[in-house]
Design a protein around this ligand. Sequence first.
Ligand SMILES: [Zn+2]
Length: 313
Amino acid sequence: MRHAETVTFGGGGLDRAEDLRRHPDRLAALPARTLPLWRGKPLMDAARTGLALVDDAVVAHAGQPILLGRIDGAAVFARDVSALTVDGETEGLGAFLDPTEQTLPGMPDGSAFAELRAVMTRLSPLDAELAATARGAVEWHRTHGFCANCGHRTEVEKAGWARACPACGRHHFPRTDPVVIMLVTRGDRALLGRSPHWPEGFFSCLAGFMEPGETMEAAVRREVWEETGVKVGAVRYLASQPWPFPASLMLGAHGEAVSDEIAIDPEEIAEAIWIDRTEMMDVFAGTHPRLGPPRDGAIAHFLLREWLADRLD
Ligand SMILES: [Zn+2]
């Protein structure tokens, strides 16, 4: 798919500076800028259109530095500053779309911590990649402090890109969990589903975690069959999207259905429907009587929009 990397969180082109992870002396010699994150929320600039990076010395007392990459000759880190006391509203904190913002004394004027899902479509591709990388890496460290092999406390190494176990010698690396998300079509229609937890009127592409031993194609066929009873034939990869909520990699695929009849699994989804292009145009225009458009920034929105524009090639 030619436009694959125009998806949100794609095409950032970040220099991840793997060489610096292995050479702490070279890393220490560079000027250091840092993206602070508070409870997974990146620090945004006053306009809320870009990240607010600060001199690393300002937040060096909080959190472990994780090297995100090299930008204009500077090393750029992420630090989890969740232990610091912030100002601001906390009601709604942790909600699916947390609307609250928090500020921290000593940070740039007007800056605030904001939920990444709320600001992701306003960021440049590079800032979006930095934020996704930072959020995923910080969360991995937060939840992987102990060795999965022997249970001993692990230690950070490789500038934040591994944890080593001093007891058994195992090395652990930040993980990414692949999820298939599929645009399933039959002729002029696409198959959408609604999760039981979603608001009424919100439909999206079907999706599900891949399992050990599965190809992406097999996972697409299995998930669609399990959730809707629709059989899928040919499957092809379209585009991928890092989705650090908390650690997914969305693998966008096109599946060609070979059957029509829907028989949902009510434990997995509340409803599934076939929708044709004309109706989908109404959905995107916001004029459909029942369905709202998928959320901008998510790969489902991207896949459906590209399908409508006939740009899947
Ligand atoms: Zn161990």
